[in-house]
Design a protein around this ligand. Sequence first.
Ligand SMILES: Nc1ncnc2c1ncn2[C@@H]1O[C@H](COP(=O)(O)OP(=O)(O)OP(=O)(O)O)[C@@H](O)[C@H]1O
Ligand SMILES: [Mg+2]
Length: 576
Amino acid sequence: MNTIGQIIPPFSTSKVNIVLNKDVITQGEPVLGRYLKINFKRKNKECIALLRLIELTTENSSILNSEMAINANLLEGVKEKIQRNDIPVAVCEVLTAFEKNEEEKRYYRLNLDTIIHSLENVEFVEENLIKKIISHIEDEVFYIGKAINENFDIPVVFKPFSILNEAYHMLIVGQTGSGKSTEAKKILAAYAKNDCLYSKEHKEYKRMNYLILDPVGEFSKSFKGEEMGHFPINLNEIWEILGKDENIKIFGIDNIVFDNNDWNIFKELMISEKVFEPIGIKYEANQLITINEIISFLRNQHKTLHDLSEISPRELINLIRDRINIIYSMQNKRNEVRSLLNSEENVHNFLVRWNNVIQYFNPENEKESIQYIISQLVENSNQTIVIDLSTLKWENPLKYMITYSILDKLIKKGEEVYKNSDEILNTLVVLDEAHRLVPAKLNNQEENYKVKTKEKIVTAFRETRKLGIGWMVISTRISNIDTEIWEHSRVKLFGFGLSTGKDAELIKELFGREVLELYKQKIGDPYDLMGERKHRFMIDGPVNIISRKIPEFYEAYNSYDDFKDKNNLDSFFIDC
Ligand SMILES: Nc1ncnc2c1ncn2[C@@H]1O[C@H](COP(=O)(O)OP(=O)(O)OP(=O)(O)O)[C@@H](O)[C@H]1O
Ligand SMILES: [Mg+2]
């Protein structure tokens, strides 16, 4: 069965109604969401329009009285349909149109600006047609999953940012377990494949860099080839095939230190870790004075934060004792602190907290500073840096501060490169669990480091596109992240769990009622005990090839081998 029905009025260049053929109805062919095709002529050339069936209705009163209905009588089979009151009518969105260039043997996209005749046959789309349309860009195409109820896969193209001369920001949203991180890893592989391709074709091409902030450690595992789970993606293996494995660096929290001039981070950490509380300095204002005194002590000796560990406990205690008149104006408070500085237990507790903070500024044991890590990333190409923050809980301010410091340095470096050369960075940054880092709302009492981290990411989203830094942000809901992230994301990927409340409203606002309905219909719960395990997604943005107007829906491949096969991710095909 190839023909689904015929075009009937009303129709426009963006929406087309079709009356369904009898056998489609009697055989119960799944039709909602399907891809359809119409042949038409433009300037006498062969063209095709691709449609998506977005809504099914059972009435169409206009046809009953229209002239069209009378003409339709002439056509075998259609007559009976339009004479009944409950005509099953399908509403289709025109996704795109192509003109076939016979000489070049390829298709060119065009705007549908001509009339397609009524009663023209509408057909289902076959795999062959998709293959033909994309044949001239076949190498660049990545298959992200299976089109739902179709016999073809969804082609997308993730071009490296330096080729596009701008970066794309991406947003991946969906309920916990919907498969976001897995899809994120596939997209990393998609970029890496084209990166390999371009590096083979263009000698001067500088390969993509990746920076992954990994809050739960799963990217680190994947890059070590140790990922478990239902669908373990081995990015180590894929990187090896694509010639990127030599430059994978994974930093745990024990392998990095803040920079020697990260004075603000030092202050924030000392305050959030309540370092001075055991010795009676409880208010933030007094703590800040104390910290400033320590900083000026260091500076007077021409030392930096990386020398903090050289201050002996005795020196530190004497320093606070000496400066107590600056820290407190009230005599009784001065006395209280002095007496607590004589208590062994309090001093011990103070020193434990102090050491806890200064370890993050102590560049011993081959620890790398954030500044150095970022310089290495920016000054070289083909780097993959994963920062494994999984040993820190979200309650720990360090998780935010490390993120802040890394992003701050990267953005500054990106600006430098942009100003001083005609290149842009070719860098993709991944931020998983972004609802923690860029929440929709922060209440007034929220800690400074959370506010600053959020501001940094939002500003980055606005400003780094032209620098060649693209962000891939992963979150459980659209509504729990800042709206600017949503607005500035060129590529959006939606998994299960967004069909209610504010999330549904946002989807509807952006794509319209029919797409929201399709989303609800097509993207089911992968953990439904009564169904097969299917991780389905809706993807929108300039990476889509077929549909430029409304999102593509796909079912993610359910095995790693399938995914590799579809994309020829095998060293046999690729030599990078
Ligand atoms: N296409 C797929 N087919 C089969 N299993 C999958 C697929 N995608 C993901 N999974 C598995 O489902 C589980 C959840 O996937 P994943 O961790 O990617 O989800 P998530 O949305 O990132 O969840 P969280 O919000 O908890 O981080 C994992 O065990 C993963 O291996
Ligand atoms: Mg995840």
